[in-house]
Design a protein around this ligand. Structure first.
Ligand code: ADP
Ligand code: ZN
Length: 618
């Protein structure tokens, strides 16, 4: 058997002691323990956990506990590299087998596998499917197969990878080796496809809640988006790493430039950039502290950076699925993080136009519009955003107040908007349903513009009947009527606002309309502020961290990361540094008790860390 270097020899180790000695963690999280036990005992299963939920340990631990080497199939080369670097740091014998290796390097990995020298081997799917690799695996002692990002087998999903279809060969060739499929994609159809294609019929599914309690959701009304973004970063996330999503390449460039000139280190990323520039910007984002990457949705898949503190959207994503996936890249380490979006009427109109103008079938367009509507409803809701989000994925939510979204922290004022809605709809109707928001507002507030004169709209009964609201408030009314489906922007007629079937009920006074007041005065200050959910903050944050020590620890970590040529979080996670800064350990024993410090890390870095602590205390 392979005797993992990281494990004490002799007695068979149990899961908890390996969790502690190798990974430096005191306890399992959620379903991890059950999954680890099931797979270690030789069972197959499907694991559904949100990003950051802790999927890796579900196959890493059984690989260490079972005889032989765990084979991990992963489609993402960068992710494999970082995982292996992290495992090596923890003293686990891990390696990769993919196209980045030379022939000699690959041969050496193969030799070690056959010699029983490896605990974990990460393999790219196309590599695994080669006859050479299958025959190699046939000769090796294999602990388990883990198929990561298992949703890639789904032809209907967004990340379909043809090589994944071929992975059914694993169940055929190695029926007695346990298989564990893992994904963060929740929907029912994908789940069924994974089960069929990977031969998991009858095996249990371990489904965790998709809630990301450490992420604070916030959706603001778009006014001056670049200025709002700057304020958001400066006030709430100064010095933090974050991702800003924009729809177009031009906007990516402009936004990155604007942030840079405001003193925020920002880099652009989109498909139009030279591949080398893209790679360099991505590397800097991953390896350096506090870089903001401004990107199109081309960025993110396979980014495993655990300490992304915020994800900001300057444009509306296409669906709740996309919003959840993109915002989910924040806070994988479980620490407080923000999902912030600025959105306005033009966003809805723009997305609608993109759907209308796409070449998809009518059925496709109908589905797309339904998905967009659901997202707009999330953006407009006056209720808890988290409940909406989880409800969309079919997850029942206990309680109605999550305490960690903008609407729960600062409930919006609602008012009876029946009269305003009627005025607005009448105005659109009387002007012939040929005009956009701007003109309708001019007519309502009684502004004599050229267009008003030209069309004689000052003679209409609706002219000047809306003086009680200002322009911004009328915009909010229009946006909400569009979101509710009473008004529709016609992309074939220069986005003229037209009444829908349901508008009649509003005009006749049969439909109740509650509107949120435009831009509540209260601002959410800091996502670091203590949340009402007590379980959010890791225990190590109970004491305030010592700031100079924190800075010194980061500087030390950067230096080590540079020397070893690995990302900083591979050396030690932020939460571990924060733990050290809070506890200020004086002895190796105290240091060992901080989550994230396992035996190997203690051996490698223990003395140096204590020196850093002593120097900061001096
Ligand atoms: P996923 O693959 O599900 O996105 P990871 O396996 O990368 O998530 O884990 C996310 C983060 O959670 C990592 O920083 C990891 O160290 C941490 N983590 C996982 N399990 C535990 C645990 N039992 N206790 C503390 N931290 C954990
Ligand atoms: Zn909430």
């Amino acid at each position: 058997m392979s005797s993992p270097a990281a494990l004490p020899r002799g007695n068979a180790p149990d899961a908890l002691s390996v969790l502690n000695s190798v990974f430096g963690l005191p306890a399992f999280r959620g379903a991890q323990e059950e999954i680890v036990r099931h797979v270690t005992d030789g069972g197959n299963c499907l694991v559904l956990m949100p990003t950051g939920g802790g999927k890796s340990l579900c196959y890493q631990l059984p690989s260490l506990l079972r005889e032989g080497c765990g084979i991990v199939v992963s489609p993402l080369i960068a992710l494999m590299r970082d995982q292996v670097a992290g495992l090596l740091e923890a003293g686990v014998n891990a390696a990769v087998l993919n196209s980045t290796l030379s022939f000699d390097e690959a041969s050496e990995v193969e030799r070690r596998l056959l010699a029983g020298d490896l605990d974990l081997l990460y393999v790219a799917p196309e590599r695994l499917l080669t006859p050479r690799c299958l025959s190699l695996l046939g000769q090796a002692n294999i602990a388990l197969f883990a198929i990561d990002e298992a949703h890639c087998v789904s032809q209907w999903g967004h990340d379909f990878r043809p090589e994944y279809i071929g992975l059914s060969v694993i169940a055929e060739r190695f029926p007695d080796v346990p298989r564990i499929a893992l994904t963060a994609t929740a929907d029912e159809m994908t789940r069924k496809e994974i089960v069929t294609r990977l031969g998991l019929t009858g095996a249990p599914s371990f489904i965790s809640s998709f809630d990301r309690p450490n992420i604070r959701y916030e959706i603001v009304e778009k006014q001056n988006a670049p200025a709002q973004l700057k304020a958001f970063i400066v006030e709430r996330h100064a010095g933090d790493a974050g991702i800003v999503y924009c729809l177009s390449r031009a906007k990516v460039e402009d936004t990155a430039e604007a942030l840079t000139s405001a003193g925020i280190p920002a880099l652009p990323y989109h498909a139009g950039l030279d591949a080398s520039v893209r790679a360099r910007n991505q590397d800097r984002f991953i390896n350096e502290d506090g870089i903001v990457i401004v990107a199109t949705i081309a960025f993110g898949m396979g980014i495993d950076k655990p300490d992304v503190r915020f994800v900001a959207h300057l444009d509306l994503p296409k669906s709740i699925e996309a919003y959840y996936q993109e915002t989910g890249r924040a806070g994988r380490d479980g620490k407080p993080s923000s999902a912030w979006m600025a959105y306005g009427l033009t966003d809805i109109v723009q997305q609608r136009r993109m759907i209308d103008e796409s070449t998809g079938s009518d059925a496709f367009k109908r589905v797309s519009i339904g998905k967009l509507d659901a997202l707009v409803a999330l953006a407009e809701t006056a209720g808890c955003r988290r409940s909406r989000l989880l409800g969309y994925f079919g997850e029942a939510v206990t309680g109605t107040n999550c305490g960690n979204c903008d609407n729960c922290l600062s409930p919006p004022q609602l008012r009876d908007g029946k009269i305003s809605a009627q005025k607005l709809l009448s105005c659109a109707y009387r002007t012939g349903q040929r005009f956009g928001a701007m003109h309708l507002i001019d007519v309502l507030v009684g502004r004599m513009t050229e267009k008003v004169t030209q069309f004689g709209h000052d003679k209409l009964s609706v002219f000047g009947i809306g003086g009680e609201l200002n322009e911004k408030q009328w915009r909010a009314v229009i946006r909400q009527l569009v979101a509710m489906g009473h008004l529709r922007a016609d992309s074939e007629a220069f986005n003229a606002l037209k009444l829908t079937e349901s508008a009649r009920g509003v005009l006749r006074g049969e439909t109740e309309i509650m509107l949120r007041e435009a831009a509540p005065g209260t601002r959410i200050r800091s996502s670091r502020a203590k949340s009402r959910r007590g379980d959010l903050a890791p225990r190590t944050e109970a004491r305030p961290a010592h700031a100079p020590l924190q800075a010194a620890l980061r500087a030390w970590r950067s230096e080590i990361a540079r020397q070893r040529n690995v990302p900083a979080y591979v050396v030690l996670h932020d939460s571990t540094l924060d733990g050290i800064a809070a506890v200020r350990p004086a002895t190796l024993n105290e240091l060992r008790n901080i989550p994230g410090i396992g035996d190997k890390k203690l051996e490698h870095y223990g003395d140096k860390l204590l020196t850093v602590v002593r120097a900061a205390d001096a």
